[in-house]
Design a protein around this ligand. Structure first.
Ligand SMILES: CC(C)(COP(=O)(O)OP(=O)(O)OC[C@H]1O[C@@H](n2cnc3c(N)ncnc32)[C@H](O)[C@@H]1OP(=O)(O)O)[C@@H](O)C(=O)NCCC(=O)NCCS
Length: 214
């Protein structure tokens, strides 16, 4: 991934023909208290571009900050194809009230043989630290474990990306390893911290939260 992994591999569908990632997915929506997670549509192009053109947002991405709005069009187009292929689901994260796009949360490489997928996420800096990505990712993990029947969700982040690490660990992801100098972006080499969350961990956590509320 790399949150912005749309940005790591976005336009480079190297594994397109892997036979075990199959099954076209329907267009889908997930709702939370404050958010609507839905397919990207053409009117998202401007907010999508603004989010990814922000160097602060892209600091730990595998791609430089976007420079042209055509990159937003390309991701919107690509996300439709991804859904049709059943390989990835890119949810646009929008506020329920205004339906304004504030970010994306994506399940990549949905592997129906090994029952695993990878997660990536990005949020406009104007929306940081209000619990939005915790809310969005919780819904996406519920979807991955309960609807898509995944057994494991993975994440790859820069070990210096403290907000992403706080987010992942807060949701129960465990750090499983460090791959040195795995990425090379903008002339900078960066390590990859790998995180994993098992369905059993997630269910245990949900049960504990429910019991502590009751
Ligand atoms: C990572 C990112 C998605 C977090 O989104 P967010 O909605 O601000 O996160 P939340 O508000 O849900 O916070 C989750 C946890 O991280 C902590 N956190 C978030 N931003 C933080 C920051 N800048 N510094 C320290 N902690 C931070 C929160 O306090 C919260 O922890 P808590 O539950 O113990 O309070 C957002 O910072 C972002 O889009 N960054 C740029 C893109 C990126 O790096 N994506 C990840 C690439 S792998």
């Amino acid at each position: 991934m790399r949150a912005s992994r749309p940005l790591r591999r976005t336009l480079d569908d190297r594994q397109h023909n892997r036979g075990h990632r199959m099954g076209a997915l329907q267009s889908m929506e997930l709702r939370t208290t404050r958010l609507l997670l839905r397919s990207l549509v053409s009117h998202d192009r401007e907010p999508l571009f603004a989010i990814h053109a922000d160097a602060q947002v892209m600091q730990y991405s595998n791609s430089p900050a976007w420079q042209a709005i055509a990159q937003a069009d390309e991701l919107i187009d690509q996300s439709t194809k991804w859904l049709e292929s059943g390989r990835h689901i890119c949810f646009g994260v929008a506020s329920v009230d205004a339906d304004g796009l504030i970010g994306t949360c994506t399940l990549y490489d949905i592997d129906r043989t090994n029952l695993r997928a990878e997660v990536g996420f990005v949020l406009g800096s104007f929306a940081w630290r209000q619990g939005f990505m915790t809310e969005a990712l919780t819904a996406v993990l519920e979807h991955a474990f309960n609807t898509l029947d995944m057994n494991r969700v993975e994440a790859d982040t820069d070990p210096q990306n403290h907000p992403a690490i706080k987010l992942l660990e807060g949701l129960g992801f465990q750090r499983e390893g460090l791959l040195r100098e795995r990425w090379h972006t903008n002339g900078r080499k960066s390590d990859a911290a790998f995180y994993g969350l098992l369905r059993a961990d997630w269910r245990r956590r949900v049960t504990q939260t429910t019991n502590s509320v009751a």
